[in-house]
Design a protein around this ligand. Structure first.
Ligand SMILES: [Zn+2]
Length: 280
């Protein structure tokens, strides 16, 4: 079983959900990050696979999605899926986008992050080691959710999401709560020189020295949590408004699907967030 000092681990029937305490405390959102627990899928997908294109039975995935939605108190017909191509484009979505990617075909293509200010629209992104970034502006009542793999991180998808919230809804970065969810930690994330070169090309030296540690001439450890945290600080987020995961998906591959641990024979985790339709 997993434990965290930073994240809240909730259980609804058999469905285990990871939540961000500071976002939960606002009472403004329904949100969560999934685990392997509580679904009906079998084999490499056992049991809570939420990815519809991984080769799992569509019936099982739909049941899993319904169970996860039930656990975080959103309706499955309100989901809007991102597309996730490991880039850094973020899109504004609206009520009329509900169902895209799940119940109907989607025109949301080449998009790794979503934002909205409309209640009852459930932003949804998928994971197996990449970093989920949750955003909530409790003042303007705007949410965001972005998928930050190493490519998205180096291309600044976090700051891009903040910028779109500012430009579209007038959010002040100083008000925005950020959550960096379960994903691969620097403990397990070994990368080669070409990845480090991309970081050195795009990020300043002060950040590089804090996120890269050398193993040998060809191998390095990379800290995507700290990279995203530092980039978001630079984008104007207040450190006290950020919660950073202490759960590594590879260290805890019994509880999370991990691409580094399982390769392509695996299910997908999901992050979801929606503004509540009724404020408690
Ligand atoms: Zn680890």
């Amino acid at each position: 079983m997993i434990r965290s000092n930073h994240l809240y681990i909730d259980k609804h029937k058999d469905v285990m959900v990871i939540k961000l305490p500071h976002m939960e405390a606002t009472g403004l959102v329904n949100h969560g990050f999934s685990t392997k627990y509580g679904g009906i899928s079998k084999g490499v997908y056992e049991s809570m696979n939420l990815g519809i294109n991984r080769g799992d039975s569509p019936y099982n995935v739909e049941e899993n999605i319904n169970r996860f939605c039930d656990a975080i108190d959103v309706s499955a017909d309100t989901l809007v899926f991102s597309d996730q191509i490991h880039e850094s484009e973020v899109r504004v979505v609206q009520s009329e986008d509900k169902g895209k990617g799940f119940y109907r075909t989607s025109d949301i293509i080449g998009i790794d992050g979503l934002i909205t200010n409309q209640v009852g629209v459930t932003l949804t992104t998928f994971y197996a080691d990449c970093v989920p970034l949750f955003f909530l502006d409790p003042v303007k009542k705007v949410i965001g959710l972005s998928h930050a793999g190493w490519r998205g991180t180096v291309k600044a998808i976090g700051p891009n999401t903040i910028k779109l919230m500012e430009d579209t809804y007038g959010s002040n970065p100083n008000d925005i709560l950020v959550g960096i969810g379960p994903s691969i930690g620097s403990c397990c994330y070994e990368v080669s020189t070409d990845v480090i070169k991309e970081f050195e090309k795009n990020l300043n030296h002060d950040i590089i020295v804090r996120i890269v540690s050398r193993i040998n001439d060809e191998h390095y450890k990379l800290d995507l949590w700290e990279a995203n945290r530092l980039l978001l600080l630079d984008a104007g987020i207040d450190n006290k408004n950020m919660v950073v995961t202490d759960l590594c998906t590879k260290c805890h591959s019994d509880s999370f699907y991990s691409h580094r641990s399982m390769g392509n024979q695996r299910g997908s985790l999901a992050a979801m967030i929606a503004l509540k339709t009724t404020i408690e």
